[in-house]
Design a protein around this ligand. Structure first.
Ligand code: SF4
Ligand code: SF4
Length: 435
């Protein structure tokens, strides 16, 4: 794609990078077919190519973002299906991330939007505050229809009805292997995940210690992924630096073999820290953290999963976008489940987003709901006993629209590898998961 940035504009590193990305796009349009928002809305401006044109125009002219550009960029899920499809390797993620930052800096959103976005950023990056908001939602949920804003109504409707008894907010703790120590790893617990469903982290620790890992939970707070996707550069940098410093402390202290992430949305951001902190005093530390970061399934695959049962359970595997498109992890989770003895089925169009996408389901409820319906229809068509996925956001989104239990992939791997006196079956699984 031809671009017309001035020399002065190109002396600004983010514009220089945007220019490089824009120039790789050959406007072939292959990405349209796999873009969920284009499929739902049918408008070229809600496709990757349309958004690329809007971003190019906004940045070239150097004008503040306008309403039309903001509308179509806001509708992008950042699912990155377009990156998996693009034959020219257009790095859409870096381009849209910068466009969101530019919008935050130059566009004044209506007051209600600003308040809502601020509330989400503050609440969802703080485990304790998020836990309190879940408690409030539990009581407010029956009154959701009285809420004045459709997005607030959606937030309440998505909040889990029965909140599991939260483990204390584990920070700075170490869990020791059941047997001989083979590895020392750090586990990032995810702010939202630990508040909504602490059993995922419990299962992760159980599985890792069974496989010979000493598991350290660092003192860090949030990885910054959520404000990053909302274009809040300063909030993201502040939070990410907190995570980086706390992980570097562990790496330079007793040492680490891996930094494990079991929330794939966070994983995509952490693996990109090296790029995000380019030309920053902490660049080297950010790169070290990014290089050591792995999804839990990548790590289990690396060290081997020596457990196999034949439980006759059909698992519908939903591939989270952040895992399949953001990190390119497509087959490992399915292969692990199969090697554990589960029958694995996948929905039609498994590359398409379920509509969760961080805060998207709360900020764009109509498009999100349509995508959820499509995802659940295709999942239910495969008649699974249980649905497994690798991201808490997808779990909340999908379980809000189906009666089939939805669990994290690592919960199934932990369950199958936990020694019991009776054989594993669908009945014992339902009893153990209380579903
Ligand atoms: S597939 Fe890639 S090169 Fe083709 S229009 Fe989309 S982003 Fe551009
Ligand atoms: S990230 Fe997803 S929603 Fe956004 S343009 Fe690409 S495919 Fe479409």
């Amino acid at each position: 794609m031809e671009t017309k940035f001035t020399e002065e504009q190109l002396s600004n590193p983010p514009i220089k990078r945007a220019n490089e990305i824009l120039r790789t796009c050959v406007h072939c349009g292959f990405c349209l077919a796999t873009c969920p928002t284009y499929q739902v809305l049918g408008d070229e401006l809600d496709s990757p190519r349309g958004r690329i044109y809007l971003i190019k125009d906004m940045l070239e002219t150097g004008r503040p973002a306008d309403e039309k550009t903001v509308k179509h960029i806001d509708r992008c899920l950042s699912c990155l299906a377009c990156m998996s499809t693009c034959p020219s390797d257009v790095h859409y993620m870096h381009l849209v991330d910068y466009a969101r930052e530019y919008i935050e800096e130059t566009y004044k959103r209506p007051l209600t939007d600003r308040l809502l976005r601020k509330m989400l950023k503050v609440m969802m990056t703080n485990q304790k505050l998020f836990g309190l908001s879940l408690l409030f939602s539990r009581f407010a949920k029956p009154f959701a229809s009285f809420m004045p804003d459709r997005r607030l109504r959606t937030m309440l409707s998505l909040s889990p009805s029965g909140i599991k008894k939260a483990q204390e907010y584990i920070r700075g703790e170490t869990f020791f292997p059941e047997d001989k120590k083979k590895f020392r790893v750090a586990l990032l617990m995810g702010c939202v995940q630990q508040a909504i469903n602490p059993s995922i982290n419990q299962a992760t620790i159980g599985l890792l210690t069974r496989l010979g890992c000493e598991v350290v939970v660092p003192t860090y707070g949030c990885c910054g992924a959520l404000p990053h996707h909302m274009g809040s550069k300063d909030d993201c940098s502040r939070l990410a630096l907190g995570a980086i410093n706390s992980l570097i402390e562990e790496m330079d202290g007793d040492g680490l073999d891996a930094i494990i992430i079991n929330t794939s949305g966070c994983g995509t951001t952490i693996k990109d820290y090296g790029y995000m902190f380019q030309n920053h005093p902490s660049q080297k530390d950010a790169e070290r953290v990014a290089e050591m970061a792995v999804d839990i399934t990548e790590f289990i695959d690396r060290i081997g999963f020596p457990f196999h049962e034949k439980p006759s359970i059909r698992v519908g595997y939903h591939a989270a976008c952040s895992l399949q498109h953001g990190q390119g992890i497509k087959t490992i989770p399915k292969e692990l489940l199969k090697s554990a003895g589960f029958e694995v089925v996948e929905p039609l169009n498994s590359h398409l987003c379920c509509g969760s996408a961080g805060t998207y389901n709360m900020l764009q409820p109509e498009i999100s709901k349509e995508l959820r319906t499509r995802k659940i229809d295709t999942l239910e068509a495969k008649k699974p006993d249980i649905i497994a996925t690798g991201n808490i956001g997808c779990m909340v989104q999908i379980s809000a629209g189906t009666n089939i239990p939805v669990v994290h992939t690592v919960e199934l791997l932990d369950w199958i590898s936990t020694p019991t006196s009776s054989p594993k079956s669908l009945d014992t699984l339902k009893a153990d998961f209380n579903c």
